[in-house]
Ligand binder design. Sequence first.
Ligand code: IPT
Length: 960
Amino acid sequence: MSLSTHTVTDYVEDVSPGSGALPPRPWYASSDATRLSLNGAWRFRLSPTADAEDDSFAEEGYDAGGWAEVQVPGHWVLQGHGSPIYTNHLYPFPVDPPRVPTENPTGDHLRVFDLPQDWPDLAEGGAVLRFDGVESCARVWLNGTDLGEFKGSRLPHEFAVGHLLRSAGNVLAVRVHQWSAGSYLEDQDQWWLPGIFRDVTLLHRPAGSALDFFVHASYDHRAGTGTLRVDSDVAGRVTVSELGIDLATGESATVPVEPWSAETPRLYTGELATAGERVPLRIGFRTVALSDGLIRVNGRPVLFKGVNRHEWHAEKGRALDLATMREDVLLMKRHNVNAVRTSHYPPHPAFLDLCDEYGLWVIDECDLETHGFTEQGWRDNPVDDDRWTPALLDRAARMVERDKNHPSVVLWSLGNEAGTGRGLTAMAQWIKSRDASRLVHYEGDPTCRDTDVYARMYADHAEVERIGQGLDGGTHKRRRLPFIQCEYAHAMGNGPGGLADYQRLFESYDRLQGGFVWEWIDHGIAHPELGHAYGGDFGEELHDGNFVCDGLLFPDRQPSPGLVEFKKVIEPVGIAGDAGDGTVRITNKQDFADLSALAFSWSYEVEGEPVRCGTLSVPELAPGESAEVKLPAPPDGAPAGEAHWTVRAVLAADTPWAPRDHVVAWGQVPVAQRQTPTVAATARPVSGDGVISLGPGTFDARTGALKAVGGVPVCGLRLDVWRATTDNDDGAPWQPDLRYGLLWRKLGLHRMRHRLDAVERGADALTVRTRVAAAAWEMGLSTVYRWTSDGDRLRLKVSVTPEGDWTVPLPRLGVRFGLSAADRVQWYGGGPGEAYPDSRTASRVGRWQSTVDDLQTPYVRPQENGARADVRWAELGGLRIEGAPEFFLTARRWTTEQLDAATHRTDLVPGDTVWVNLDHAQHGLGSQSCGPGPLPPYHLRAEPAAFSFVFSTAPAPQTS
Ligand code: IPT
């Protein structure tokens, strides 16, 4: 057939979903139908506009020898052609729907393929060409024939191609436009990444093969039975040998089964056999219902301990391979996560197979967001314009038809941040009519007109509590609905703080059925000079900086402290004790499983060192049950000192997601309190040659500055109140709480000066009096350093008295100093990881060690990090430091000022000095980068304070 000589590109700006594609159906790997993956190297040509080139490249014999190559699946902007763009909600083009810019990067993709030897006779049956994801609009030709075009980037599209195939030399041509009318529906907060980013597959469709089929597998929790019915467009038989089921499609059978839940992901292997094909089925029996105002599965209310998951890989963008998807699922399971919202589009379908298999509740979200219209008061919002409704319904159908056979999917979500409108209602109605077995979610409409659950994002603790109490008002309908926070605890940079406080609320009010942390992973792009790039690093004219790095995982999938904290906060077993009566209270916080999969152990620790350990026998508590379990008597002959019981719940046997002994939950019970160190002030300060000596301390006689402890040189010891502001300190403009990061800078807390008022050599103490304040402001901190010694150890007492009208909390309060050589660090206190006042649940008292480098947390945009909490003593650089009371310990090879100035990790260059902060207190973290700031109890108020440290030389020599 001949091709048109001029290029027709009207489809790019057409609001319709496209033309030529087959109706949507489930995604599966047939047991017997042949298939051919067309992933791999494709020829590639990039044009600056949609019509720069004609479509002659689709014709046979076209010579693409001079073209570049790209990998499919992939994004061309991550393969050296053009650049990625990051915007949160602003459209990176003028808002004039459905028009898009003339500058519309267009990637022509070409692949010539032969059919494999085992491909059936071309006369037998047909074939389908499947695209699992192309951003944002594609036109497809096979062997010169125009198959059609489509939009809906993260949705599947299939074309019938059997009649066009030949055994060798098939020419598949795909033209992909970065911008299309579809882009208006895909304004998710993420990188704009054009390309064929999911699999391309050719599927043989034998005569009589399956088309669409719908597995209905419900569970009656009263009877303990499952009912299976498979509806299929092509009739066939359904067998589940384990259950003795052998049925015709459309018929149902009810048999005793084990139900599926995220905690007990029992799948039965079955098969749908049509005349032409065998389709493997993985059946999970479960019933989702809204009853008595609660989301129930198999009759029980569920509590979502969820995350929002965008698809992300630092090198490959949204082109994820199976190993990466599995890694996500394993990481979730190992961190006690039980639910995923697929923000904000249906994921690669293999991810849902993994959720079925390993057990995760899923809110499957449609590929729809029109957030940028908020800038114009939602005028012209496509979801409230009937011309767009076919596209919205097409998207809903492509999601539901593809994913409907997954037991893990319990709610359908209409999309994200799309305002309100008739199109959303149409989607909800269609979804409910097609699949009454699941509930519908959408956050953007506070009336809940189209939804079965009331959802909010970033509501603060007080509002969540009001909702839990049913005092939030709202429409009549909304008042009867359960509540979830579909996004909360914005995990940008250091944070989120306040997770434990949210979880307490979720566990206290039935109506609160949990939430989904924003978000799973930082979308940093691996970059040769910057480490990981974020918005603006590619010269975008409009961008939202590092707002794209707000995950619980770093871009390389290393867990951040936020994830470690989340794991602890959402533990499925509560372990809380009271040493007084020698018992520990164990609570099964799961919704479905008993405790039989877990083994419990105790360890008795003195000064963080285990003295004895043993197993703890715990009854197999049913979900929701608790028991008081007796601890053994403290071991005889245990050394004196501060003591703790640490009780752990570990996997009793290997599971598909973690090996035996993996720690699921733990708790610590303090037994004997710590004795805070005291130093008798028996030594006298002695003046020498420009110095004052006091025990092991040497001071500058004029300034009173500490110069050495024993043989260890120390520089710059003084009060420090500044921290390199975190993303949560800096906050987001739309948040109601005060943005302290900005206020602190305005008030000069990053440029405090230290006025020396007196150096007083007394009989048994050296006292240095100062006033710490910033230029231009009256507020100051009168600070007195009082040094005493018993001859061996040197004690510093710091007394701070705020002066003037302090209206802001302090970022931190403590001292900092420099050591010329330090590498290994050991300490007794909270660890092993970072902890801050409102994110310290995961910090366990023990003996820990690290290097200075390993104390750093690699936030993509550098900021305050790495503090270890509740430190009783620490040794580094030849010094031993004991705290009275406990302190936060931070040590780094650069100053706070350098940390503050850095925009990427690669800006941080180690200097000769290790800077140590010993903090009496830190301000909380909160999650104000897109949510509430720290709760008031975690504010570090400027108030009179006194704290002490005892310095001595460390027993073992330290090497650097
Ligand atoms: C909310 C979005 O739903 C999400 O996609 C992401 O942008 C998140 O914020 C912030 O990272 S919308 C916001 C205006 C509350």
